[in-house]
Design a protein around this ligand. Structure first.
Ligand code: SF4
Length: 399
């Protein structure tokens, strides 16, 4: 495992970087976004995902090329609806949002200044902010610096009961040593000296209840933004804790477009994210255990198709240990391949099954133990007793 460090231009290139480049091959790394960073928390024990994500391998393209294309994502209709709802919540300088803030925080909040960091044009501030619009070609770094400057200036202002709302801040997180720019459709607002992240989602709240899995996914994405905002303000010399762990989740009520809001505590999601990002930063330990010639190179031919055969790529995938669970279907582009590979293993039936049958890896072994056709090996006695009891109950129920 090389451990030397050298400099290419202004960029620091480490031995791990070179290994990750080799794993990725002669293509540009696929960048993370808030959804992919949030998905990292979905299956933290999976080495395959950790290595592929750290190397920036294009997983959707890889899955498609090996014949197991990913099938998740929003429909065009859902995206259009989501965009319309978001625009409605932010319209007129955030009037609707201000109403929701008053309602949720239980405070009068007499006034809100609204600044869109994307076009840098304050909508309701009495005086324009002293900023420079660097135009449509400005780099992410310039946009990030502008967001940092304006958010940092707001953090220095004395606390007041008025709100300062920032739309489209450009944030940045380091994932596996690489800077990832996050361009949320969200708003960050500051009131009484604290920033809160606002996440606007188009899934409905029906009779006061929303789909728990969607709320959970929204909370993880919001936690990504909280973490990135804390990093931005820390780098500017502020206390990161001025970004609250309570995020404002805004959704439509019932089947109307009327927005409702709830404060969601994302402390648990923040600690999971931190743990996972730290783990990815130590990806060298995983990479060191891999064969030196392993690669997932998706370099295309003249027709745009990867030159390496699907068989060569699946052979490469099989080298890196996976930990499939049904939850992968909602969060990882390789889920159909890994599910196919895990067929016949107890892990494919879910984490709780894997844990309860600890030490029994194969479904045929489970069936043989349940039927009493196989004597339990060392450490399997408890699982075997449970399985036999379950088999008896099932037989009774069926008869
Ligand atoms: S789908 Fe496969 S690679 Fe992705 S997290 Fe699950 S087991 Fe890991």
């Amino acid at each position: 495992m090389p451990d030397s460090t050298e400099f290419a231009g202004t960029e620091r290139v480490t031995g791990v970087d070179r290994w990750l480049q080799r794993l990725r091959g002669a293509v540009a790394p696929r960048r993370h976004n808030a959804r992919t960073i949030a998905a990292l928390t979905g299956n933290p024990g999976c080495h395959r995902r950790a290595v592929l994500d750290a190397a920036g391998v294009d997983k959707p393209r890889l899955a498609e090329h090996i014949g197991f294309p990913a099938r998740f994502g929003q429909s065009r209709f859902a995206i259009t609806r989501g965009n319309a709802f978001e625009a409605q919540v932010k319209a007129d300088g955030g009037v609707e949002l201000l109403r929701l803030l008053r309602e949720r925080l239980g405070r009068p909040i007499p006034y809100a200044a609204f600044t869109d960091l994307d076009d840098d044009q304050p909508a309701s501030t009495p005086e324009p902010a002293a900023t420079t619009d660097t135009g449509p070609d400005e780099s992410n770094e310039q946009r990030y610096e502008r967001s940092q400057r304006l958010l940092s200036a707001a953090a220095r202002e004395p606390a007041s009961g008025d709100a300062v709302i920032f739309d489209h801040p450009l944030l940045r997180l380091r994932v596996a040593g690489q800077p990832v720019y996050l361009e949320p459709d969200l708003i960050a607002f500051r009131v009484d000296g604290r920033f809160h992240v606002v996440e606007i989602k188009s899934f409905p709240v029906i009779d006061g209840q929303a789909d728990p899995s969607k709320v959970s996914a929204a909370a993880i994405q919001a936690a990504v933004y909280v973490l990135a905002m804390r990093q931005l303000l820390t780098d500017a010399g502020h206390d990161p804790e001025i970004v609250s762990h309570d995020v404002l989740l805004v959704c439509p009520r019932d089947f109307t477009n009327e927005p409702v809001a709830a404060l969601v505590d994302v402390r648990k999601q923040l600690s999971t994210l931190r743990r996972q990002l730290t783990r990815m930063a130590r990806v060298e330990e995983l990479v060191a255990a891999l064969p030196p010639d392993l690669t997932f190179d998706l370099a295309p031919d003249r027709d745009g198709r990867p030159t390496r055969s699907p068989a060569a790529l699946t052979t490469a995938l099989d080298v890196v240990e996976a930990r499939y669970a049904p939850e992968c279907l909602a969060s990882c582009e390789l889920a159909f391949y890994c599910r196919h590979e895990a067929r016949g293993h107890t892990g494919a039936l879910g984490r709780s099954v894997r844990e309860e049958l600890g030490g029994v890896e194969q479904v045929p072994t489970v069936l043989a133990l349940a039927n009493g056709e196989l004597a339990p090996a060392e450490g399997q006695a408890e699982a075997a007793a449970l399985l036999q009891a379950a088999a008896r109950l099932r037989a009774e129920a069926l008869s």
